[in-house]
Design a protein around this ligand. Structure first.
Ligand SMILES: [Zn+2]
Length: 376
């Protein structure tokens, strides 16, 4: 813009000078100088006016843009409005088959957290199908067995949507060059061992196998492989298996024989249950029932859909076959007609056609007879 202004002012100055010269004509030199001075003053005045007009236009544009932004902001529904107007259940219902959508909803505002119950997450994962359903089935199996600490609804969503090992910089597959922990999606690793989002390398490095003959394996809450030390999430809450290798080793060190060790292990688990929330049993029962119900509904839906697809396929195949049949019948009839008048044809194209179909055996319409008719 300054360049444009400068160009304009220069052009205006030249124009004024030319005009002054023209108007002066054959007059004296003093008159010319006076006119030139007057022209420069006018140019300066014009420049100031143009600058002021440009500044005013810029200010107007800014004000209009600000007004548009404010109006757009007011048009957007605020999250609080959804909660206040009781629309959140509807939003959650719309995302009933999308664990990713539910997690995004949680990320948008933590005011959505009361609406994200474990039951909602379980249903959405099962209805989603694929990896989400598989992970949730494994998780619910562990929850029912009480071999892991009960995860919250948000943690369930994190487990379903998790893409990287949650051991972060302690991950055994941590890449020192990229400074990233293992990406579970690219590793095609969908398992969530012990209700944790950890990679294969971490499982290999941080767990110990519990042999079948071991005293702890007789307790159903102890898996055949368990984490060596307790795992705490980013909020400092313990997650993962209820019994770790460290606890088992400590029991082994202090007591001898399965008869002494088992009661101690049971006592530890009982104390753990007592420390948990009072309604944990009810919550586990509700989660298991919801999962069972969602599984049966999802299976029924898949069956119904496959039946509809099968019917649609059969209908389309029948239509295709009948179209083919009609076309072939037409060809067959044409060939019969040509054969009937073939003896009367002499030469040319019709005669040649007759020569081609003359030796084709005429068989009843249908089936393999079409193969022989097709040559004409
Ligand atoms: Zn890892």
């Amino acid at each position: 813009m300054p360049t444009l202004r400068k160009r304009r002012s220069t052009a205006a100055a030249h124009a004024d000078a030319d005009a002054a010269n023209t108007s002066a004509g054959d007059g004296n030199g003093g008159g010319q100088l006076l006119l030139q001075a007057g022209g420069e003053e006018a140019t300066a005045k014009n420049d100031d006016e143009a600058e002021a007009a440009l500044a005013a236009a810029k200010e107007t544009r800014r004000a209009k843009a600000k007004k548009r932004r404010l109006e757009a902001k007011q048009r957007l529904p605020r999250f609080e409005v959804l909660v206040e107007q009781g629309l959140m259940p509807l939003v959650v219902d719309l995302l009933s088959d999308s664990p990713k959508g539910l997690f995004s909803l949680y990320c948008v505002s933590k005011r959505s957290q009361p609406f994200l119950t474990r039951e909602v997450v379980v249903k959405s994962s099962v209805y989603r199908g694929g990896n989400s359903r598989e992970i949730m089935s494994d998780l619910v199996r562990r929850i029912e067995k009480r071999s892991i600490f009960l995860p919250s609804a948000v943690r369930m969503l994190r487990l379903i949507n998790g893409r990287r090992c949650e051991n972060l910089s302690d991950c055994w597959g941590y890449n020192l060059r990229t400074q990233k922990h293992t990406n579970l999606a690219t590793a095609h690793y969908i398992s969530r061992p012990f209700g944790l989002c950890i990679c294969k390398d971490c499982v290999k490095g941080l767990t110990t196998s519990i042999p079948y003959s071991h005293f702890a394996s007789s307790n159903e809450r102890v898996d055949d492989r368990t984490l060596d030390v307790p795992f705490y999430d980013s909020q400092g809450k313990r997650q993962g298996p209820v019994v770790t290798t460290r606890e088992i080793k400590q029991i082994e060190k202090a007591y001898r024989g399965a008869d002494e060790r088992m009661p101690i292990l049971n006592q530890i688990l009982k104390e753990m249950d007592d420390d948990a929330d009072d309604d944990e049993d009810a919550v586990i029962k509700s989660v298991v029932e919801t999962h069972k119900d969602a599984e049966s509904k999802a299976d029924a839906f898949i069956d119904a859909r496959s039946q509809i697809e099968s019917q649609r396929y059969n209908t389309s195949q029948n239509e295709r076959s009948s179209k083919k049949l009609a076309k072939m019948k037409e060809i067959y009839e044409t060939s019969r007609g040509l054969r009937a008048q073939g003896s009367r044809l002499g030469g040319g194209m019709e005669g040649e056609l007759w020569a081609r179909i003359r030796d084709v055996p005429m068989r009843p319409f249908g089936g393999a007879a079409f193969e022989s008719v097709r040559i004409c």
